[in-house]
Write a protein that binds this ligand. Structure first.
Ligand SMILES: [Cu+2]
Length: 192
C-alpha cells in the first residue's frame, strides 16, 4: 500500500506553508506590540516626576541628594561659577558683611584671615551655626575638624570653601572661635 501523502522534501519541517507564514506574521506583530509598549511607556510613565519648583533647576543636575534644595551643600571647586573674597578681621567682623547669591549658584569663597587671632568661616543656616557652636565647645584647641561647611584659618592664612546654594532664604557665615560670634563676627548670605 503506497502512502497517499507526499513525502516531505529535505529540510522541510512538514508544516503547511500557510502555518509557517502565519507564524512569521505573528512573531513580527508581537515584536511591534512590544516595541510600541516600550516607546509609549518611556514617554508618559506614571513614575516620572518634574523637578521641584523653586529649586532653580539645580536639583535636576545634581548627582548628590544632599545637595538638592535646602541650604545646599559642599561642591567641587571646579563647579564654581563665581569667586567671592572674604576677609576675617580681629575687629570681630567679616568684610564684606553681606553677600547676595542666586539659588542653585555654586560659589568658591576665598577667605583670608587678616588678623592676628585664629578665625574661622562657617557657612550654614541658624541650625547649622548652633550645631557648629555646640561642637566647638568640646574642642579644646578651638579648631573644628573635617566639617564641609567650615574652614579654620591661622593668622595670615587663606582658605577655600566651595558651596552649591539650594533654595532661596537667608544663611549666615560666622566665626565660632570662643566669644567671636557673640562679639558680632557673622555675616549674612541672601539667597534669591
Ligand atoms: Cu573669629
Amino acid at each position: 500500500m503506497a502512502d497517499p501523502r507526499p513525502s516531505p522534501a529535505p529540510g522541510d519541517t512538514g508544516l503547511p506553508r500557510w502555518v509557517k507564514a502565519f507564524g512569521i506574521i505573528a512573531v513580527v506583530g508581537a515584536l511591534l506590540v512590544i516595541g510600541l509598549m516600550i516607546v509609549g511607556g518611556g514617554s508618559h510613565g506614571p513614575d516620572r516626576h518634574a523637578p521641584p519648583a523653586g529649586a532653580g533647576g539645580s536639583a535636576a543636575s545634581s548627582t548628590r541628594p544632599e545637595d538638592t534644595g535646602g541650604v545646599g551643600g559642599p561642591a567641587d571647586a571646579s563647579e564654581a561659577t563665581r569667586t567671592v573674597e572674604v576677609s576675617a578681621l580681629d575687629t570681630m567682623t567679616f568684610e564684606p558683611a553681606r553677600i547676595e547669591v542666586t539659588a542653585g549658584e555654586t560659589i568658591t569663597f576665598v577667605v583670608t584671615n587678616n588678623g592676628q587671632a585664629v578665625h574661622e568661616f562657617t557657612l550654614g543656616d541658624a541650625a547649622m551655626q548652633q550645631e557648629h557652636a555646640a561642637q566647638m565647645e568640646h574642642m579644646p584647641d578651638g579648631v573644628a575638624h573635617d566639617q564641609p561647611n567650615s574652614i579654620t584659618l591661622q593668622p595670615g592664612e587663606t582658605g577655600l570653601l566651595t558651596w552649591r546654594f539650594g533654595d532661596t532664604g537667608t544663611l549666615e557665615y560666622a566665626c565660632h572661635e570662643p566669644g567671636h560670634y557673640q562679639a558680632g563676627m557673622h555675616g549674612q548670605v541672601t539667597v534669591t
